[in-house]
Design a protein around this ligand. Structure first.
Ligand SMILES: [Zn+2]
Length: 92
């Protein structure tokens, strides 16, 4: 059985927060996408709300902040790679 996490892509609008944090477990953060069908940590559905990194840094735990920073960095890397090469899903 595949355990690969699936995501909904959530395009960010100008000026709107693009970090999605699970408000149920406060233990997961993703950038411009939310896990589907449920939160991988607490299995919560529709528990994600959008925040800016500054907001997460204001009230998040160190672990959550680290995940948020990593998520934004991954998103930036992914966006740059997508712009440079044709869309292609890596098989792992
Ligand atoms: Zn959760």
């Amino acid at each position: 059985m595949a355990s690969k996490q699936a995501f909904w892509n959530v395009p960010a609008k100008d000026g709107e927060p693009d970090l999605w944090v699970c408000m149920s477990c406060l233990n997961e953060a993703f950038c411009r996408k939310v896990p589907m069908p449920a939160c991988p940590s607490c299995q919560g559905v529709s528990t994600y709300e959008a925040f800016t990194l500054a907001a997460v840094q204001d009230w998040g735990t160190e672990e959550l902040i680290a995940k948020a920073v990593a998520a934004q960095r991954d998103e930036a890397t992914h966006s740059a790679a997508a712009a440079a090469t044709p869309p292609m899903e890596s098989v792992q």
